[in-house]
Design a protein around this ligand. Structure first.
Ligand SMILES: NC(=O)C1=CN([C@@H]2O[C@H](COP(=O)(O)OP(=O)(O)OC[C@H]3O[C@@H](n4cnc5c(N)ncnc54)[C@H](O)[C@@H]3O)[C@@H](O)[C@H]2O)C=CC1
Ligand SMILES: CC(=O)C(=O)O
Length: 350
């Protein structure tokens, strides 16, 4: 397929028509020097890539979105479908290409390309297929946007974020995995549902692997600034440990259930990744549990595992990792999660 321009012109005479449409204001001062526009590339326009592109578009986070996929027809169809919504959205240039060079000079490259789980399949099972794709995709993406921040979404996201870090040659603060930002949202939803609250008032983190060995940080959950477990204890309100474990199990099994029911997950990851794009590109310095190089944090000393920790995100990517108090048990579970990831990583030979 030809490289497809964003095609918002009216044809060769488009500019002339536009100029005759508006009468210039007499004595108007020249426009101020324009600030650089924000470009986001979304690589892979499947269920996940399109949910992300759609959410980013709706939230007006980019001046330009470049879509990339190997399926030329689907790609063009998705581009046109989004362009046809222009009248209802913030003005954004949308382009689509099978050529990675269309992502040139991106501020943020979001990678969602690759195989997804079939019902019952674990994320780690996708590794060999998606690692092969990454070897082809990441070097040209990194070469085209040497200053970009790379946000990995394809699964298994933690190990593939490590692969992308190695293949890109970028400093680790500029290669981030969407990690457990999504699991934490599932967690907050379930807690809020249990207590009949607004999920936005629940501060709660899932950290570690985006997958079966994730860790729920019960000890630091707070609602409206009130630490929940100590509040319940002070009020002598009984809670069963197995209720907490059940909520965490529902988080871990959430994706499996959605995949069994509808074939894939999309909307929640779309919002999750858009929230990361906002924090990064708007320099929000917000804290998100995302997959980062975890070596040296929370007693994780061996190897170079990428897994989710509460990280502060801003315009230069990962600004730092928050020092949340973990109980001994939580720290141990996190170190076990790191071991699980390292075992998989050690089979890669990157
Ligand atoms: N990290 C997370 O929280 C989540 C991750 N995922 C992962 O996201 C990935 C994508 O999932 P879906 O969108 O549902 O899959 P999908 O099958 O709908 O889309 C994958 C897309 O990748 C494209 N693709 C394949 N090779 C490519 C290449 N070399 N260059 C560019 N595009 C290429 C395909 O043509 C297809 O359009 C999967 O690995 C899935 O497990 C899904 C949901 C949440
Ligand atoms: C598929 C996946 O990783 C998720 O929805 O959590």
């Amino acid at each position: 397929m030809q490289k497809t321009a964003s095609s918002s012109t009216l044809g060769p005479d488009g500019l002339d028509i536009a100029q005759s449409f508006f009468k210039p204001i007499q004595g108007a001062s020249p426009p101020p020097p324009t600030s650089r526009s924000t470009k986001i590339s979304v690589v892979g326009v499947g269920n996940v890539g399109m949910a992300i592109a759609q959410t980013i578009l709706t939230q007006g986070l980019a001046d330009e979105i470049a879509l990339v996929d190997v399926n030329a027809e689907k790609l063009r169809g998705e581009m046109l479908d989004l362009q046809h919504a222009a009248a209802f959205l913030p003005r954004t240039k949308i382009s689509a290409s099978v050529d990675y060079s269309s992502t040139l000079a991106s501020d943020l490259v979001i990678v969602t390309a690759g195989a997804r789980q079939i019902p019952g399949e674990s994320r780690l099972n996708l590794l060999q297929r998606n690692r092969a794709l990454f070897s082809k995709m990441i070097p040209p993406l990194a070469a085209g946007s040497p200053e970009t921040i790379m946000l990995i979404v394809s699964n298994p996201v933690d190990v593939l974020t490590y692969v992308a870090w190695k293949l890109s040659g970028f400093p680790s603060n500029r290669v981030i995995g969407s990690g457990t930002n999504l699991d934490s949202s599932r967690f907050r939803f379930l807690i809020a549902d249990h207590l009949d609250l607004n999920a936005q008032d629940v501060q709660a983190y899932i950290i570690g692997e985006h997958g079966d060995s994730s860790v729920a940080l019960w000890s630091s959950i707070s609602v409206g600034g009130v630490p929940i477990l100590s509040f319940l204890e002070r009020q002598q309100i009984a809670y069963e440990k197995h209720t907490l474990e059940k909520i965490h199990r529902e988080v871990v099994e959430g994706a499996y259930e959605v995949i069994r029911l509808k074939g894939y997950t999309s909307w929640a990851i779309g919002y999750s990744v858009a929230s990361l794009a906002r924090s990064i590109l708007r320099d929000q310095r917000s804290i998100h549990p995302v997959s980062v190089l975890a070596k040296g944090f929370y007693g994780i000393d061996g190897g170079e595992p990428f897994l989710s920790l509460p990280a502060q995100l801003g315009r230069s990517g990962v600004l730092g990792v928050t020092n949340i108090h973990l109980t001994e048990d939580e720290a141990k579970q996190l170190q076990e999660s790191a071991k699980t990831i390292l075992e998989v990583q050690s089979q890669l030979g990157v």
